[in-house]
Design a protein around this ligand. Sequence first.
Ligand code: SF4
Ligand code: ZN
Length: 282
Amino acid sequence: MVERVFEKKVLQIIKKYRLASKKDKVLVALSGGKDSTSVLYILKKAGFDVSALMIDLHLGLWSEKHKKNMTGFCDELEVNLHVVDLRKELGSGICFIKQVVKEKKNLSGCTVCGVIKKWILNKYAKKLKATKLATGHNLDDEAQTVLMNFLKGNLYLGVGSKPATGRIQENEKKFVQRIKPLFFMPEEEIREYSKKMNFPVLYEKCPCAFGTYRIETREWMRDLNLTSKQKLKIVEGFQKLIPNLEKKEKGKRELRECKICGEPASHEVCNACCILSCLKEM
Ligand code: SF4
Ligand code: ZN
């Protein structure tokens, strides 16, 4: 059956890249879309110790539907679901935050949202004592990242784009290691699997997904009509370059602790606190 073949491939990625073991406490960053939902289901079915974390971004009906779907799904799977309410956490929903930051810092919407989500996920993964944080990034996302960085003329930006990010020993206290079990799985196959499994997910894109470089790259890639094999070549080709890029970058990016929140940062203040400082000035 196609579904079993798909699950087997994902479990092979987990094994080959040692993404997680049965001793790990895996927290799945659940968006309510097909990718992270598939990750959660496959990990749970394979007997991993999993729980899920969802950020309620307050994107109107879209967020409401996701929350309702995932609450039911996790109940059925008997998985503990933690919901972080952005309004309670930061005082505003993502639309307001994005608007303020756009005016004050001229940063695009998805960049702001991405930074905030990453910050919350790492903070809560530590709080919940997770040893791994699993995300739903797939082969198409990774191929986009490589091409996007290439077009920006800075491949170094993708140095951290691996099936498992960061070396555990180095960043143990600061970062919960992020793992991407769908790293080599094409989006098309994930959609097919999710539909066959009747997962209660929304297939529409986020209503706020527009006007970013990643989205432009995604559309450009769609026009190129790349096959899954070609996307795999792009991603695998870049993976081979990473050790050399890392050598050249060594010592240049020192990881510090943000002086405001204590989360990992490459400057005195982390990106999330920089963004959030705009809200305080209101
Ligand atoms: Fe946030 Fe952009 Fe993703 Fe929507 S598409 S959830 S705004 S990062
Ligand atoms: Zn900070």
